[in-house]
Design a protein around this ligand. Structure first.
Ligand SMILES: *[C@@H]1O[C@H](CO)[C@@H](O)[C@H](O)[C@H]1NC(C)=O
Ligand SMILES: *[C@@H]1O[C@H](CO)[C@@H](O)[C@H](O)[C@H]1NC(C)=O
Length: 359
């Protein structure tokens, strides 16, 4: 069970009942054999890790920044929540697993899987035919579903929401795929092209899902009381709530806290100590407002810190073939959220205010 526990912890740190979840996973794979399970397990792990890494990148300048502590703490029964943020975690993890498995397949890492050649030779449109190696997303989707969805062992509305978001994540992989073509014909005339469908960069999948996160829908469950313990009623209510939801959209059940304040008992880290950005030339609106969002609006101030950064510089190319560089140190200013000092030193506090206003 060691590997399985590790895997479950890796894929879905937020999921309850690891043991049960794992039992499910094993059962699914008993049909295809434990060998199949082990073949994919390491890729699943890599994929889930990539998903979480992308989550951290996407939320770098948000108050909630995809911390492991939240993910782990929400395994406590009572705290298992289905917020907008957990919807993203589910989607990006499922997507990461599907993405890695699909890539593995195209690279020939698995014996029983190769490029999607179902349309090879068919005319795709004017001047082009299907050819090359189309990424086999159907394979990635299937195996990702078997591994990731099996970790969800509940049968309540939360479980239904999580499974829906897993699927939305997998559909994001399909939605971001693009057609890539190669020219043929006399002396590169490109009179005929062969084309195939290729996975986008995973960053693009992350960007796509971040937008879905911003547009996520709150699921309004039927308020009519469900008779306790009647699972047919529960299923009916869930099916009813889900009936018009597009599969591509993220959904959540509970409103999020503001994520400003630290509360260890519910796994909230708060924004104190977080870095924000100021006044760069090529900064987006989102970056430019990061100090306001993370610090000021959370009742914190911004402090400057001078930090020494070491980098390579003055690199010279030596014939042949080495590059020699100097090590240069540069002092850069970084900005962090900090608590206001308590009233005892008013002049210092005023200075702090002055400092933060300067752009
Ligand atoms: C699948 O790809 C990942 C990297 O993308 C790699 O780490 C892993 O070893 C591959 N799996 C197999 C079975 O080759
Ligand atoms: C932390 O959250 C719990 C549950 O919402 C609440 O009861 C408690 O008062 C909070 N603690 C602090 C320090 O805010």
């Amino acid at each position: 069970m060691e590997l399985l526990n590790l895997l479950a912890a890796m894929v879905f740190p937020m999921c309850c009942h690891f043991q049960l979840g794992c039992a499910w996973t094993v059962n699914n794979f008993l049909m295809t054999g434990p060998k199949a399970f082990l073949t994919y397990a390491s890729s699943v792990q890599v994929g889930a890790k990539n998903g979480i890494q992308e989550c951290k990148h996407q939320f770098m300048l948000d108050r909630w920044n995809c911390p492991e502590s939240t993910l782990q703490l929400s395994t406590h029964n009572g705290l298992r929540s289905a917020t907008r943020e957990t919807s993203f975690v589910h989607a990006i993890s499922a997507a990461g697993v599907m993405y890695t498995l699909t890539k593995n397949c195209s690279m020939g890492d698995f014996e029983n899987c190769g490029c999607d050649d179902s349309r090879i030779g068919q005319t795709g449109g004017r001047g082009w035919i299907w050819g090359g190696c189309s990424d086999n997303v159907a394979f990635g989707q299937k195996i990702s579903k078997q591994f990731v969805d099996a970790l969800e062992d509940g049968h309540d509305s939360r479980a239904a929401v999580n499974l829906h978001n897993n699927e939305a994540g997998r559909l994001a992989i399909k939605a971001t795929m693009r057609k890539t073509c190669k020219c043929h014909g006399v002396s590169g005339s490109c009179s005929i092209q062969t084309c195939w469908m290729q996975l986008a960069d995973f960053r693009e999948v992350g960007n796509y899902l971040k937008i879905k996160y911003e547009q996520a829908n709150k699921l309004e469950m039927d308020k009519k009381p469900v008779r306790a313990g009647n699972s047919a009623d529960t299923r009916g209510a869930i099916a009813h709530a889900f009936r018009n939801l597009p599969k591509t959209e993220l959904i959540y059940l509970e409103d999020s806290p503001d994520y400003c304040t630290k509360n260890h008992s519910v796994g909230l880290q708060g924004t104190e100590g977080r870095e924000c950005r100021k006044a760069g030339k090529s900064m987006s609106q989102w970056e430019r407002k990061s100090c306001r969002r993370l610090c000021y609006e959370c009742g914190l101030r911004v402090v400057e810190k001078r930090v020494e950064v070491v980098s390579s510089c003055n690199c010279k190319f030596h014939w042949c073939c080495t590059v020699k560089c100097d090590r240069c140190t540069q002092v850069v200013t970084k900005y962090y959220c900090a608590r206001h000092e308590t009233g005892r030193k008013p002049h210092k506090r005023a200075k702090g205010r002055h400092l933060v206003r300067r752009q």
